[in-house]
Design a protein around this ligand. Structure first.
Ligand code: GDD
Length: 400
């Protein structure tokens, strides 16, 4: 059994997804936006690396290949494991996308396929899920967690047998409460998952318009893992659950990314404390409070005070007397003397003037709970375009 190969697939979606991440997602795909100093997708990828006999990691999405090319080649070199980006010609749904690339995924004949959503934050107990799955049998095992009854309706709600852990009932984002146990978007499957998806496609083909109109509101070649596979297979001794006892969050908004950055930084404190910055304001080192990540290329004035929950990306310059609390500072930002940044994400190449204060309440669930500055270049161009329109308009008015 130890010889069996395993592969991992991470669903990254595409530009029509992740719209709540605007303006940050205008120039960087959501899965590549940094949390705790690393692209969002880096965290599940590093967790996959720890699975025994992992042969390959596939990222499946409908972003242009060039958007992932640099990251995919650098992470493959860093982890010494092949990471490949597979581009769909159009969205096929979370199960349809898996099926679309079934030959590539199965080319090394893996015994198991992990499937992960790119936009979840957790400690990814992947080996635990796989070991449990081997004990349970069936087609697949999914990571589940208990959340508050109010929060549950944003997720797939499910009922599991408390003894056998079998998935008995599954409803995706139900309107009325079913259960406070929810789907975390992390699964392991045997190759039988492809037969289950094929079955759905053949049902769609056979019963075409009846099946399509009675049960589905999406195109015929779009197959959703939740509604089309998990719901019908529940209660058939095919699917099992593995309960997550550690942290878990879904990352649908920039506010949540600030919260998840904090969770990953505190995980680093346990697993790899050398990644975190330190300093107490003496010996020409700034005062670092709590969990902070600082990229080695950052120029930080020794009188700055940083933390907790701060991550600062490459080539940032932080001036004298600057105070940063709970924020993500992206590449090439300049923060000038005595500026204060709290509960904010500062986009690439932005410049924060001296004595500025950029602050929000820090309620991560509220749309206005954090402040976001987008990419400076993007806004610069938009501003220039508006300026041109204004000048042309003025010119025409003068002529008339
Ligand atoms: N490649 C590709 N193609 N990826 C897709 C597609 C597609 O057509 N559609 C969705 N995805 C990706 C998304 O980027 C995300 O990583 C994952 O598949 C799930 O996205 P959605 O189908 O939009 O579902 P969701 O995120 O709202 O909810 C899912 O995850 C929750 C946990 O975070 C469901 O599985 C819920 O039940 C679950 O609780």
């Amino acid at each position: 059994m130890s010889e069996e190969k395993v592969v991992a697939v991470i669903m990254v979606g595409g530009p029509t997804k992740g719209t709540r991440f605007r303006p940050l997602s205008f120039n960087t795909p959501k899965p590549l936006i940094p949390l705790a100093g690393q692209p969002m997708i880096h965290h599940p990828i590093s967790a996959c690396k720890k699975i025994s006999n992992l042969a390959q990691i596939f990222l499946i999405g409908f972003y242009e290949e060039r958007e992932f090319a640099l990251y995919v080649s650098s992470i493959s070199n860093e982890l010494k494991i092949p990471v490949r980006y597979l581009k769909e010609d159009k969205p096929h749904g979370s199960a349809g996308a898996l099926y679309y690339f079934r030959d590539r995924i199965m080319e090394e004949k893996p015994s198991h396929v992990f499937l992960l959503n790119c936009d979840v934050c957790c400690s990814f107990p992947l080996q635990g899920i796989l070991d449990a799955h081997r004990r349970y049998g069936g087609i697949g095992t999914m990571l589940v967690i208990k959340v508050s009854a109010e929060a549950a309706s944003q997720f797939g709600e499910l009922i599991a047998d408390p003894d056998t852990k079998e998935l008995l009932h599954y409803t995706e984002k139900p309107e009325t409460f079913v259960s406070d146990l929810i789907n975390c978007g992390v699964y392991v499957f045997t190759s039988d998952i492809f037969n289950a998806i094929e079955e759905v496609y053949s049902q769609i083909r056979d019963t075409s318009s009846n099946y399509q109109s009675a049960t589905r509101s999406v195109p015929a070649d779009f197959v959703r893992l939740d509604q089309d596979i998990l719901s019908p297979l529940a209660g058939k001794k095919q699917l099992y659950t593995y309960e997550n006892k550690d942290f878990w969050e879904q990352i649908k908004t920039p506010g949540k990314s600030l919260k998840c950055s904090a969770l990953y930084l505190s995980q680093f404190r346990e697993t790899s404390p050398h990644i975190l910055a330190s300093g107490d304001g003496t010996n020409r080192k700034p005062n670092i409070i709590g969990d902070v990540y600082i990229h080695p290329s950052v120029k930080l004035h020794p009188t700055a005070k940083i933390g907790p929950n701060v991550s600062i990306s490459a080539n940032v310059r932080v001036g004298p007397g600057v105070r940063l609390i709970s924020c993500i500072i992206l590449d090439d930002v300049e923060i000038k003397e005595n500026a204060v940044v709290i509960n904010s994400i500062i986009g690439w190449k932005s410049s924060i003037g001296r004595w500025s204060r950029v602050q929000a309440s820090g309620d991560y669930n509220d749309r206005l709970g954090i402040t976001i500055l987008g990419n400076f270049i993007f806004f610069f161009f938009v501003q220039q375009i508006f300026r041109c329109f204004f000048l042309i308009n003025l010119f025409l008015q003068v002529r008339l």
